[in-house]
Design a protein around this ligand. Structure first.
Ligand code: AMP
Ligand code: GLY
Length: 426
């Protein structure tokens, strides 16, 4: 069996690592991949959004199954293109991926299907957006409607910051056309959690809970990033909260998408704010989270291949998922300067020593091979996962691995997993 993984981040390395352990013993390919993925797959130099060449490659190589990591190829219609050529592919179709690709589409779905979320209004005109801001006041959240690499949601503590956000998004077009429309919404408080599920459009098969750490600095300070660390399970998602998320968010969304004529297949990711045991939805994503996928995949005991196939063949009701009980903590190591500008090509040392720490698994993100050495090649560079008998041990293992790795300018947060520890200590 031949499997192609589309993407090049830590999420994609973790999924490929999991596929490599399948009893199906698949032959693995990655497009374009990274230095870590190159150890277990044949990396091909086709970018994740080069759909025409990806379809041709899959067709010529007779790839049996393709798995898509990032959102951009999904919103560009990679799944539709593969299906049109009779190729099996896992992911949301273009129309269904609007659940992530357009925040106004997602919010309107939430309103129509009574999914609990922040109150909101949608604007195409900056003057009207600002007049609305003046009416409702701060704190408030301003979001670019389209995709903005996780940076398009701006939490504004003051009215002035909200006006600036409108200027940046709608007038300076910091996110390009993604900012021709904005969603302005109520600012929610509470603790965030990520809830991911496989779905074939009918059955919703939840994964274990997880939690991301978006801001760049410790104690959630500084600008948002794609995610600086994650852990699973997230204690804030109690059994009761889990049931509410399934009943009020996941099932209505999948049923609603089908009713709207956009049947949803793939991974549905809900980013939630939980307060006093009540979950409210911040956003949907049409794919695995990064870095949430890393601890989730590390904890997944079931073979992934039959799950992907069951989603594609729309027989997910036949599948169950087993999870290892050990908590897993993923610390992201990033280039100095990220999420702003940063240098590439720094030589990374200590990878083998870190990988030999018991309970540590490392997934690469922005890495490349240069003259036989692993060098930095992106903002988020490595994901060091610690697995332990409890969250405390998982955190200790992860940081024992992290401390063995070095490159010039490396940056990571020192408090990944702390919220889970604090909650368990309550
Ligand atoms: P999003 O791209 O919608 O997930 O937003 C990115 C981050 O912005 C979230 O993870 C939250 O930390 C924050 N955020 C988004 N929407 C809200 C909201 N309505 N209230 C408070 N924080 C929010
Ligand atoms: N970690 C957040 C995301 O994948 O969107």
């Amino acid at each position: 069996m031949k499997i192609l993984m589309v993407g090049q981040g830590g999420r994609e390395h973790s999924l490929l690592w999991k596929l490599a352990q399948s009893p199906e013993k698949p032959l693995l390919y990655a497009a374009p991949g990274n230095a870590g993925m190159a150890q277990i797959a044949t990396c091909i130099t086709i970018g994740a959004t080069d759909i025409v060449n990806l379809v041709d490659f899959a067709s010529q190589e007779k790839i049996d199954l393709t798995l898509v990591g990032p959102e951009v190829p999904l919103t560009l219609g990679i799944v539709d293109a593969f299906e049109a050529r009779g190729l099996k592919i896992f992911g949301a179709r273009r129309d269904a991926a609007m659940i992530e690709g357009s925040k106004s589409f997602a919010k309107n779905l939430m309103r129509k299907y009574k999914i609990p979320t922040a109150d909101y209004e949608v604007f195409d005109d900056p003057k009207k957006a600002k007049a609305h801001l003046d009416k409702v006041g701060a704190p408030i959240v301003v979001k670019a409607d389209g995709l903005a690499a996780g940076k398009g949601a701006i939490v504004c503590p003051t009215l002035e910051a909200a006006h600036q956000a409108i200027n940046m998004i709608m007038e300076e077009r910091a996110f390009g056309d993604a900012g021709s429309r904005v969603v302005i919404e109520e600012c929610l408080t509470g603790e965030e959690a990520s809830f991911l599920a496989f779905t074939d459009g009918k059955t919703v098969l939840p994964m274990a809970s997880s939690q991301d750490h978006k801001p760049i600095y410790d104690n959630d300070q500084g600008p948002n990033t794609g995610g600086m660390g994650a852990y699973s399970p997230a204690p804030v998602v109690t059994d009761d909260v889990h049931k509410k998320i399934m009943d009020r968010v996941m099932l209505p969304a999948v049923q609603g998408m089908a009713a709207e004529g956009y049947p949803y297949k793939g991974v549905l990711y809900a980013g939630l704010m939980i307060k006093d045991g009540e979950p409210r939805l911040l956003e949907f994503n049409a794919r695995f989270g990064d870095p949430e996928a890393q601890p989730l995949v590390a904890r997944m005991a079931s073979d992934l291949v039959p799950v992907l196939e069951a989603v594609i063949d729309e027989r997910l009701h036949e599948v169950t998922l087993e999870w290892r009980p050990e908590p897993t903590v993923c610390v992201v190591m990033a280039s100095g300067g990220y999420p702003g500008s940063y240098e590439k090509g720094k030589v990374i040392s200590g990878l083998d020593e870190a990988a030999s720490v018991p309970g540590v698994v490392i997934f690469h993100a922005g890495t490349a091979l240069k003259n036989g050495k692993v060098v930095t090649d992106g903002g988020r560079v490595l994901n060091v996962n610690g697995i332990g008998k409890d969250i405390r041990e998982a955190i200790a293992n992860a940081y024992q691995g992290v401390k063995k790795i070095y490159w010039e300018g490396v940056h990571y947060r020192n408090d990944i997993g702390k919220k889970a520890l604090d909650r368990l200590a309550q």
